[in-house]
Design a protein around this ligand. Structure first.
Ligand SMILES: [Zn+2]
Length: 305
């Protein structure tokens, strides 16, 4: 009898210990972009072990999953990607896994049919503009989704996540108000935002500025000579003060536009580098979504006011 009690007790102890390990273990989250990565960081901080697939400064439109990425995806508890065809060359990977396993989630799932999404014609087809994060209200919806996923997969930290989520939501509301106020400093005659690829339509809609780009919403789209020439004419005719480069695309196309305008006798300056599809690294001044948004607003206002 004594032996049985000891055996039962030790089994109970082992079970308790195992339970303890499971309880203390951090869930593994894989995020494709630094922007999703920052949502996770804002809500979960150090409660999860996070890996970001696409390094800062790299272009998500053309990024292809490498063997080491697939290994990380397979080992993760949760995989978060943008969707809306942003990670175009990885969509097959995600769609294939997500049908088998619910752990792969597009953070835009709840807004994929929203009338607030912008549709554009690109290379003869209608496509959704994936840069939804520049509309802070839509971005908030993806924050809601990430929060939900974290709580579902890691309920032991629910309260911690809830506190951070509420705080972050508040900060985003402030960011929206502050950005719209600041953008009003640009006079009506110079409210034109010229960028390399068409990543700022949502930003333009939210902040009342007209946007034109050298290339379509995907960096994989064609750059037509006709459109480049018409953009040059547009800048010339509207005496646009500044044009912009971005951190994830080559600067040379915008520099060529500036040179062509110089030949026509018009000097346009190149504004500070904008962050569109990636945050900066930790040394930069745009290593969080909020800092990235503020940096872009400041750069645009400074150059165009
Ligand atoms: Zn883009």
């Amino acid at each position: 009898m004594k032996k049985i009690i000891v055996a039962v007790l030790s089994l109970f102890l082992v079970a308790c210990q195992q339970n303890q390990t499971v309880k203390n273990e951090k869930i593994k989250v894989v995020s494709t972009t630094s922007i999703i990565g920052d949502i996770v960081k804002s809500i979960a901080q150090d409660k999860v072990e996070q890996h970001i697939l696409i390094d800062v400064g790299l272009d998500p439109h053309g990024y292809e999953a490498k063997t080491k990425d697939i290994e990380k995806i397979n080992a993760a508890d949760v995989v978060l990607y943008t969707g809306l065809n942003l990670e175009a060359k990885m969509s097959n990977v995600f769609e294939k896994i997500s049908t088998k396993n619910k752990k792969v989630i597009a953070v835009t799932e709840s807004i994929k049919d929203s009338p607030q999404l912008i549709k554009v014609q690109e290379d003869g087809q209608e496509v959704v503009d994936p840069h939804y994060w520049f509309d802070i209200d839509l971005f908030q919806k993806s924050v809601d989704s990430v929060y939900k996923v974290l709580v579902e997969n890691d309920s032991k930290n629910k309260e911690f996540y809830s506190t951070n989520y509420k705080k972050y939501t508040q900060e985003l509301a402030e960011l929206k108000k502050e950005s719209q106020e600041k953008m009003k400093l640009i006079p009506s005659t110079s409210r034109y935002l010229i960028t390399p690829h068409d990543a700022f339509q949502y930003f333009a809609r939210a902040n009342g500025i007209e946007v034109k780009a050298l290339q379509g919403v995907s960096t994989e789209s064609e750059i037509s000579t006709k459109e480049v020439l018409s953009l040059i004419d547009f800048i010339y005719n509207n005496k646009v003060k500044a044009i912009f480069v971005e951190s994830t695309t080559p600067h040379k196309n915008i520099e060529t536009v500036r040179e062509s305008l110089k030949v026509k006798g018009f000097e346009v300056k190149i504004g500070e580098e904008l962050y569109s599809d990636s945050l900066s690294d930790e040394k930069g001044n745009a290593d969080t979504y909020i800092k990235m948004y503020k940096h872009n607003v400041n750069a645009i206002v400074e150059a165009l006011k």
